[in-house]
Design a protein around this ligand. Structure first.
Ligand code: EPU
Length: 302
């Protein structure tokens, strides 16, 4: 989807929105897959209500992009524009046990920064790529912890009211890889309340999680993390592995040899390849285990 009207281009500039025409989303996703569209980089949160009205008035559908690390984007010319926040500077500010974090902040760097200031709790998430906003929306979790447990307050753009709102932690429900945020809500910033812990102890926790992750996940390869959610009481990775599907490929989309719930882009995989592989694996698991696996990866397919 392209924005060509010079009037609109001028209005975007007035709203402190940078227009990057013809952006390849393959360059903005950890899978390295995705077609082309116009990218709107938002430098001022306050511009969002006016920006969304402008897009609506021009019949331009949109999607919100975070760090692109849990996302499979369709191929070719995409039928929507993409909105992304520009990270504020500084992106984390501490006030006692409270960390005020910009949604565009990198999750790993945020955890490290807090750790250096003796604030822990999120050690398990250290190797999870992406932004704090993305982690929040999906309630990212690993090694027995989830980000939702630490949320005190969230500032977001609510598509339903078309306003920037503040939600308290208890107004949001955080479940396994799921939250009560609407799909078209946009996370802007969050206040996390983190337990005090000496840096040395946090570092030890980080080291242990890093080792576990390195030994079980294909970290150097292009992936979107786990493709499927774990069904209650079971493991998608184990089931796929037990069926002997490691290495199964469609084009360059491939079930990882290291962790069967990671599907990697081993070269120039297209979204079509990856979606075909996902459908094939889901069907084999359904046939053999009677379980219908639900996507963990977010799919933006036209
Ligand atoms: N297993 C296999 N073969 C495999 C992969 C796993 O037999 O190819 C077995 C393991 O040996 C283990 C069990 O399955 O007994 C569970 O594996 P693992 O500990 O790797 O955890 P997981 O359930 O596969 C979940 C999260 C990961 C998170 C890890 C660590 C989901 C879908 N996945 O994986 O999150 O990093 O636990 O806490 O909840 C993600 O969200 O993208 C993600 C990777």
């Amino acid at each position: 989807m392209r924005i060509s009207d010079p009037n609109m281009v001028a209005q975007l500039a007035e709203m402190h929105v940078d227009l990057r025409q013809g952006t390849a989303l393959a360059d903005l996703t950890s899978l390295g897959i995705g077609g082309t569209t116009d990218l709107l980089r938002i430098r001022k949160h306050e511009s969002l209500p006016a920006l969304l009205s402008l897009l609506d008035a021009n019949h331009l559908p949109h999607k919100f992009l975070g760090g692109g690390s849990n996302l499979l984007v369709g191929d070719g010319e995409l039928p929507w524009v993409v909105l992304q926040l520009v990270r504020s500077e500084p992106d984390v500010e501490l006030d006692g046990n409270l960390a005020h974090v910009d949604a565009a902040a990198d999750l790993g760097r945020t955890i490290t920064f807090c750790a250096k200031n003796d604030l822990g709790g999120m050690e398990g998430l250290i190797g999870v790529p992406g932004t704090v906003g993305g982690a929040l929306r999906m309630n990212a979790g690993a090694y027995g912890m989830q980000i939702g447990s630490y949320v005190r307050e969230v500032k977001l753009y609510r598509a339903a009211t078309r306003k920037i709102e503040i939600l308290r932690g208890h107004q949001i429900s955080f479940e396994y890889r799921h939250t009560s945020f609407a799909p078209d809500d946009m996370m802007l910033s969050v206040i996390l309340e983190l337990p005090s812990k000496p840096f040395k102890l946090i570092l030890e926790g980080i080291r242990i999680c890093n080792e576990k992750r390195r030994s079980s996940q294909p970290l150097g390869q292009k992936s979107a993390g786990c493709i499927f959610k774990n069904p209650p009481g079971s493991s998608a990775g184990r089931m796929i592995d037990e069926l002997g599907l490691k290495g199964l490929s469609v084009g360059d989309a491939r079930v990882s040899d290291r962790h069967a719930n990671f599907f990697v882009n081993a070269g120039r995989a297209s979204a079509k390849d990856m979606l075909a592989l996902i459908a094939d694996v889901r069907e084999r698991v359904r046939k053999n285990y009677g379980v219908s696996l639900e996507n963990e990866v977010v799919v933006w397919n036209a």
